[in-house]
Write a protein that binds this ligand. Structure first.
Ligand code: F6R
Length: 608
């Protein structure tokens, strides 16, 4: 996964460098291993500067602001094929350096193509799959000297999903292709551009063409042509005015986006509550779709999967909707047995671009009549576009790579839908919960205000011990435990395993020795099981730190309790996850790491 951006101006301009930098800054969440910038000048010369490292360092060290030209391409990379080094950074030249192109996605037959192209005499400089797209195009361009025909032929050699932007020195145009990865086009007064990220375009223009898989676009500064890449047929698709509001990232006095976004949670939940209250028809349609289903699958990855686990608890317990959380990556292997029109696939994704989720959606769209609905945080994202109904979790721009506020807003969306669905069925508990939802922003705020020092203290204890650890959860708290463990791994780089607490005795218990750390987010309502699970560890001298509202039973059984404000059982996942987010954040800081950009990962995973 990566991000591409390609712009054509009406004439050679000094502002090209600044425009490419502006575009690239909005793509950095998609990959920050390497970055590269290319420009085409009217005299046929080109510039290409690229390398491994963080975007801002590359912009500075390679003087990108001095780029001029009429056409330019940027790529931000998250390495899959080939280590992050200069050769593997994108964009790439073709053999003769008169074509430059960059991709986002995966070309799975890279090794075989590389051998083939070498044997055909082409110059292969690295091991990156994006380079194969450039050479596949080169192969046919040298034969046909026609952009459209060459790319139509090239795509038949390429196995995988990708988006691609490229240009030739001898033509005054760029070409872009959308084959399974996101790509949008923006039409300006004196330019046209394509980009993997809608927000990067909206800084330039609100005149947007939503590209579809299989689109091949050839564009200059004032005109574009879209073709079906398989048949070559013309496609007419006029631009639409896009009113999506783009937030600017701003630290406003915080040291990191992660801590800023943790603090933003009460406000974002409040805004979401107001929005849902004003979108009753949409929410009711959503509920009706869930109610009519034979099976409801909550399909997601990572943090969104953890929210779906808690969401499944809410839907089952509060609304009697039998929802099953399924990891997107294994849905097709274990669950996708002829879904029918009465099955509902509820996709949950912050970015709305996650490839594992799209891999679930695409075959359903092509082969069955099951309904696809979704909860996303990014309006206009690929998953949203492919869904019949979309609830936007409205957490706002999440800049830090680790998800925090999008997780709590996903939880809140699930809770709202479940409570309203249960209320519509006259279920008592749902009625009660629905009238108390407005307490949640205050609950999160009070938690943040009261636990900070204790979280710092626990983080210091973990960093001092410098070992792996577990995060256990039971019942409603299973998703919280997995999420806490993920946050700790992601930003503190220590192995923290999240586990259903009743599983711990089935093997992992052997890891416990004196003071072995175990975090245990818990609800007092589950004490019948949780106390046994704590005892099993404590009698073996482990160090169990429970995170729960005040409760004598836990205070007596565990080494320590981080007390969160008292609340209904259904609200405990909101307060306790905040404690785990803070512990992870402080552990990361104490270990001298940057929690906003953890090594090796990226905010949007558009690859398999
Ligand atoms: C972790 C994190 C990831 C994402 C996962 C799915 O903090 O953010 O685990 O949750 O990559 O991404 P989305 O939600 O965009 O589908």
């Amino acid at each position: 996964m990566c991000g591409v951006f390609g712009i054509v101006y009406s004439k050679e301009t000094d502002k090209l460098g600044d425009s490419l930098i502006k575009g690239s800054r909005k793509l950095v969440y998609r990959g920050y291993d390497s970055a590269g910038f290319a420009s085409f000048k009217e005299d046929g010369s080109t510039m290409l500067r690229k390398g491994p490292g963080m975007l801002e360092d590359i912009i500075k060290s390679k003087n990108i602001s001095e780029f001029s030209g009429k056409r330019g391409i940027v790529q931000l990379r998250w390495a899959t094929f080939g280590e992050p080094n200069e050769e593997n950074s994108q964009p790439h030249y073709d053999s003769d350096k008169d074509i430059i192109g960059a991709h986002n996605g995966n070309i799975v037959n890279t090794e075989q193509l590389s051998e083939q192209f070498k044997a055909e005499g082409m110059t292969i400089r690295g091991t990156n799959d994006g380079e194969m797209v450039v050479h596949a195009y080169e192969k046919f361009y040298n034969q046909y000297h026609d952009m459209k025909k060459s790319m139509m032929k090239a795509q038949t050699l390429l196995k995988g999903d990708y988006a691609f932007v490229c240009g030739n020195t001898e033509l005054d145009k760029l070409m872009a292709v959308k084959m399974g990865s996101s790509l949008y086009m923006g039409i300006g007064d004196d330019f046209i551009l394509c980009s993997s990220d809608l927000g990067s375009i909206l800084q330039f223009t609100r005149n947007i063409v939503f590209l579809k898989d299989g689109d091949l676009v050839i564009y200059d500064d004032h005109e574009y042509h879209i073709y079906d890449i398989h048949t070559g047929k013309d496609i007419t698709r006029p631009p639409e005015e896009c009113n999506i509001k783009i937030e600017e990232a701003n630290l406003v006095g915080y040291d990191h986006y992660m801590i800023k976004e943790i603090h933003e949670q009460p406000k974002r939940v409040q805004e979401l509550l107001n929005l849902l209250a004003n979108s009753q028809q949409l929410v009711k349609n959503f509920i009706e779709t869930l109610n009519q289903a034979d099976h409801v699958y909550l399909v997601a990855s990572g943090t969104s999967y953890h929210a779906s686990i808690v969401g499944a608890y809410y839907l089952n317990h509060l609304a009697e909707i039998h929802a099953v959380p399924v990891l997107a990556g294994y849905f097709n292997e274990y669950y996708n047995i002829s879904p029918t029109a009465k099955d509902v696939i509820l996709c949950v994704s912050q970015s709305g671009e996650t490839k594992d989720v799209i891999n679930v959606i695409n075959p359903i769209l092509h082969n069955t009549s099951a309904k696809i609905i979704s909860m996303v945080n990014v309006t206009g994202s690929s998953i949203a576009q492919k869904s019949e109904l979309v609830l936007n979790v409205s957490a706002g721009l999440e800049t830090s790579v680790p998800a925090t506020k999008s997780y709590t807003n996903q939880l809140f969306t699930f809770l709202y839908v479940a409570a309203l669905a249960g209320k519509m069925k006259n279920l008592d508990k749902a009625n009660e919960i629905f009238t108390q939802l407005e307490k949640i922003p205050g609950l999160i705020q009070e938690t943040i205000d009261t636990v900070k020092e204790e979280c710092e203290d626990i983080a210091a204890l973990l960093v001092k011990r410098d070992s792996d650890l577990y995060c256990l959860g039971y019942g409603i708290q299973y998703g919280t435990a997995l999420e806490g463990a993920l946050k700790i791994k992601e930003v503190y780089y220590k192995h923290c395993e999240g586990m259903y607490s009743s599983e711990f005795k089935h093997g992992p218990l052997s890891i416990v020795d004196k003071n072995y750390p175990i975090l245990f987010p818990a609800s007092p309502a589950d004490d019948h099981m949780v106390i046994s699970h704590i005892n099993e560890i404590m009698v073996r001298k482990g160090n169990v730190i429970v995170i729960s509202p005040q409760y004598k039973g836990y205070a007596k059984a565990a080494s320590r309790v981080v007390v969160v404000p008292d609340s209904d059982h259904y609200f405990v996942p909101f307060s306790t996850v905040v404690v785990l987010q803070l512990i992870a954040y402080y552990a990361s800081i104490l270990a001298g790491l940057n929690p906003d950009f953890p090594r090796n990962i990226s905010k949007t995973l558009t690859v398999d």
